[in-house]
Design a protein around this ligand. Sequence first.
Ligand code: PA5
Length: 423
Amino acid sequence: MSIGIEINHITDYVSKNAWEENERIASEILSRLLEKEDREQVLGWRTLETSAVQLDVLKAKAEEVRNHGDVFVIVGVGGSNQAARAMIEAVAGRKGPEIIYLGNTLSPCYISHMLERMEGKSVYINVIAKNFETLEPGSHFRILRQWMKKRYSKAEMAERIILTGTPGSRLEEIAEENGYLFLQFPASVGGRYSAFSPVCLFPITAAGLDVDAFLAGVRYAMEDCRNNPATNPAVKYGAARNILYQNGYDIEMLVSFEPQYAFLTKWWVQLFGESEGKEKKGIFPAAAIYSEDLHSMGQYMQEGRRNLLETFLSVKDPKASAVIEPDREFGDAFDYLDGMDFDQINKAAEKATWEAHGDGGVPCIRLIVNEISEESFGELFYYFMAACAVSGTLMGVNPFDQEGVEEYKRSMFAALGKGKQQG
Ligand code: PA5
């Protein structure tokens, strides 16, 4: 197993028997979930056959983007951009175009600033929208098309625009009408479960990440979940956070001492928040990046209400080093750090935080990743998705729908007059 899990401390907060029984049920739920027929068309993420489609096509186009693009614009919101962004912003050493994220805000300041950044550069765009009804990516596609029309011929635009949507959607028709490459957002894959589909595979490849290494990580975790239903990290983590929830711990902080994980934590917040927060149930997912957030949320974690659980995402080998050289004459009172590597200091801070929060009455879980890489992202995404499906099912909610999100959209569309000018 390459992702480790440290969980034993939770017996200070819940009974061992209840925890073990919850793990047993979680393991049965996962096995059923992995085997059952996908009648509701929501389990496409379980296998690469149903999710990782069009690999050759997307790899070829991604190579073109890397060779000819200065800027690659990823247009998508929520599940349609978070997984790719989490990886692109975290994995070091990629060789590829500058990445711009659009379709995820309605802020005119942000949009105009991004358009300015694209000026004078060779631009490719990938619009990702499952049914092409969401306002943010839809409106940004329009503004980007208009921007491109002033700079590229029709034929050049056809080379530079890639659309990712569900087969049969309006986006597919647009691709056909205009000669754009169309990539599939498989119908049986939900937005926040789309990391193993072209939704994430194409942008990460175009950005210069190793898609095969990523899929190897996914494959490893998939097999682990199938072959070791009782001991894989997804079941252990899903069952642990759930038994804590049953005992009153209804806020979970995902924390890391690696700032590169900031967008992974956003992906995780979406996955768990949108999957579990319904029917007046659900663990409230929050995230922090230490040590910066220790100087704000650290106080609450240590001494605030005791309804929090904390999941540490630890990285064994950061694959980087920064050593502090002695500077005795300067007199800054930091000589105790002489000769230390920041890895050592960061790990000391993490250990101290783990111990202090544990002593302060916060049940802590640790997930341990060897290094931040495409492969470990594949594993993490799969284990988190499986854990979320298990934990949501244990809670008695449907982890694959998001009816609540539609609520704000209805009032927003009414306010913007959607439907009045159709024709
Ligand atoms: O998980 C989900 O289904 C949502 O978060 C969607 O990913 C998000 O709302 C974007 O949807 P769409 O791709 O249809 O624009």
